[in-house]
Design a protein around this ligand. Sequence first.
Ligand code: GLN
Length: 331
Amino acid sequence: MVQGAVNQNTKLTEEWLQNYVDEWVSFFRKYTKNGEVASYIPILQKANKNHLGISIIGNEGMTIQSGDVHVPFTIQSISKVFTFIVACMERGVSYVLNRVDVEPTGEAFNSIMHLEIRQLRKPFNPFVNAGAITVASLLKGKTSEEKLEPLFQLFEDILGYRPRLNMDVFESEKETSVRNRAIGYYLVEMGYLESELELTLETYFKQCSIEISIHDLARLGMILANDGEDPQTEIEIIPRQVARLAKSLMLTCGMYDASGKFAAYVGIPAKSGVSGGIVAVAPPRSRNEDLPFLEGCGIGVYGPALDKQGNSIAGIRLLRHIATKWDLSIF
Ligand code: GLN
């Protein structure tokens, strides 16, 4: 088993932590061979299934990166956290929560079953596709560009640059989107969508096709760890109430139908996407011990080999290990 427990005698230097993270990434990389890259969006199959990388950014600025840190990938379902945030900022929290619930489903992210069987008044939560497509319909604007402008602006405010849209991924998903269309038509039938279906789906596919890096994910996570405020500038980028709501949803619904296990064994809010990214949020914690990142940190992970639920198979193990060693759990 890998080493690396932190004890009181340890100096928590960047170099010291870096060595452990390097060791852990090489240890957990072997699990990538047990997973498969997503294939239902054909272009995602081109990903290298052996890749595994992590970036950790502390609220005080310390940064640890290891493994395949320079591979760009599309944000996919992780975008659902941020369109939900933008919708809440544009429309108000109660408006959004009147149209999408906050309950975990225990079903696959693209399941349609609950919508029909339970005859709900609104989709289960904003992180399953039915809820995310509904949220995309709530974004203001007459074109997908207009609807997504505040999302790009939010990313620019947090990342310091405007991420690009990967049009090849967008086209690939759009061409093969039968299930999301089925969900979409059902949402239309139920009267859940507030913008026309084609526009809503185009917006949803585009938000999923935004290209980012694990460093970006770590920064997004760090801002959430700090309740929406940039700790360096002290500027509030996301209202505190919205950031906290997003984190609760990440904890209960962020890892698809593995959310319960992730909350139990890792214990931090996180959101995954089918391209293999995970953003995880370790809020500041009060412990009377010498532990890394007590001030809170954001973690970005990338490992495109997925498990059956669609989560990065090695990424989840790596996160669980780090959370255990460093006692990152919020509980
Ligand atoms: N674009 C993907 C889809 O809708 C996102 C899903 C995911 O990352 N889980 O199928």
